[in-house]
Ligand binder design. Structure first.
Ligand SMILES: Cc1cc2nc3c(=O)[nH]c(=O)nc-3n(C[C@H](O)[C@H](O)[C@H](O)COP(=O)(O)OP(=O)(O)OC[C@H]3O[C@@H](n4cnc5c(N)ncnc54)[C@H](O)[C@@H]3O)c2cc1C
Length: 383
């Protein structure tokens, strides 16, 4: 078969990560194709927020600004947060404040679909980007792909097709990971007042519970539960669920109305290698992290940044070495963050009394740790 087109990169997956990478490559003047079977429909006139939301760190915001994606976001649908609190017993709180680092804010909370759409729409101004609704990999060594039924050639093929990555599976990348014995039960609520700029997380015997303020009066509650408890919560009437929420989120003081709920399975996954022949993994295709500290897509954006650096030096003859540079820049960093999150998760799930006392003292000390605390915060913000 003869190839119809030649691309510098074909990206499978136009999610938040794939679309952002596409924008960066387009700005480098690269000829690229994106395969995305589900183009999002984000409608700013829908009054209530979508259930899939993310905390986008200051580091990610900087990248999105640099690439010209941030300006396409609808300011009305963003919520800025400047304070983050974590505790188990209310007397032993750690509080991170933007002002401690002389920053105006720590990040923004927004709907995933909103950010994905802004990234995809920002591609309209580039003639070097082609969108396809379907495609498949034919040969990873030569870079042959099929796009909407036509054969094309790509120097690099990117798997940005999410946690279940069909491309990663087709290429049989070795992975390790597990399914946690818990799920996340997410509840969108509307408060009687503005939801504020303070996000918090309290640890309980059964797992963390978090409050994420969204635009205006909206907010999202994140409740780690055993699957049986999720089923029980799903079976409750709104009044019954409201009573459960009031009892289970003691720090939530404002009146609220429940809008919608959904549950998400909790998984950890890490690919042992990020590169095979011309195929490279980014974002959730390479790693799924416990969403405990809202790091998932932020790590994906750090992948994007490293891959843009590497592909900036791409020529006909150095594909393998630039992809290896990217892998070297990201694999250990991602693994480190995943392990830290799992350490927190396991440490706070243990009700052994001395350990419980120790971690609460640890949280209180962390609050006073000055430079160390600021370093941890900077790491989490990706700055
Ligand atoms: C409950 C929960 C809360 C979270 N909160 C946060 C948070 O606060 N902050 C944070 O940073 N992260 C958070 N995350 C993680 C974050 O949602 C993910 O890291 C992020 O969505 C990954 O983006 P992605 O673009 O890599 O993959 P995805 O968002 O999964 O996008 C993959 C894209 O690939 C497309 N695709 C699928 N199959 C194919 C195919 N065969 N060919 C082509 N395209 C295909 C899909 O249509 C999709 O558009 C959370 C996750 C969960 C579960």
């Amino acid at each position: 078969m003869t190839s119809q087109y030649t691309f510098d990169a074909v990206i499978f997956g136009g999610g938040m990560v794939g679309a952002t990478l596409a924008k960066g490559l387009a700005r480098q003047g690269k000829n690229i194709a994106i395969v995305e079977p589900h183009i999002p429909q984000f409608d700013i006139t829908t009054p209530a927020p979508d259930l899939r939301v993310s905390a986008i760190s200051l580091g990610s915001e900087n990248l999105l600004r640099e690439l010209g994606i941030w300006s396409g976001l609808q300011k009305l649908r963003l919520k800025v947060y400047d304070t983050l609190s974590v505790w188990e017993l209310p007397e032993f709180k750690t509080q991170f404040m933007a002002s401690e680092l002389q920053l105006s804010h720590l990040g923004h909370l927004m709907e995933n679909v909103h950010l994905q759409q802004a990234a995809l729409m920002s591609l309209d101004e580039h003639d070097c980007v082609s969108m396809f609704a379907s495609g498949s990999l034919i040969d990873a060594k030569s870079g042959e792909v099929e796009l909407d039924g036509k054969v094309s050639q790509a120097k690099v093929i990117v798997a940005a097709d999410g946690g279940n990555s069909p491309l990663r599976q087709q290429m049989q990348f070795p992975i390790s990971g597990w399914q946690y014995q818990q799920q996340v039960f997410a509840i969108n609520i509307k408060l009687e007042c503005d939801s504020g700029n303070h996000t918090w997380q309290q640890f309980f015997e059964t797992g963390p519970r978090a409050f994420l303020p969204l635009y205006g009066q909206y907010a999202s509650l994140v409740w780690y539960c055993a699957p049986e408890q999720v089923n029980l919560l799903k079976s409750l009437s709104d009044n019954e669920l409201e009573a459960e929420i009031c009892a289970s989120f003691p720090a939530l003081s404002a009146q609220f109305t429940i809008l919608k709920t959904a549950s998400f399975p909790l998984k950890r996954l890490h690919a042992h290698q990020y590169v095979k022949d011309r195929v490279v993994l980014v974002g959730d295709a390479a790693h799924i992290i416990n969403p405990l500290a809202g790091q998932g897509v932020n790590l994906g954006f750090q992948d994007v940044s490293a891959l843009l650096n590497a592909l900036g030096k791409l020529t006909e003859s150095n594909v393998s070495s630039v992809l290896k540079d990217y892998e070297a820049a990201r694999k250990f960093q991602n693994l480190k963050m995943m392990s830290v999150m799992d350490g927190f998760y396991a440490g706070f799930s243990n009700q052994h009394l001395p350990l419980k006392a120790l971690r609460n003292i640890g949280l209180a000390l962390a609050d006073k740790a000055g430079t160390l605390k600021n370093m941890a915060l900077k790491q989490a913000l990706g700055i």
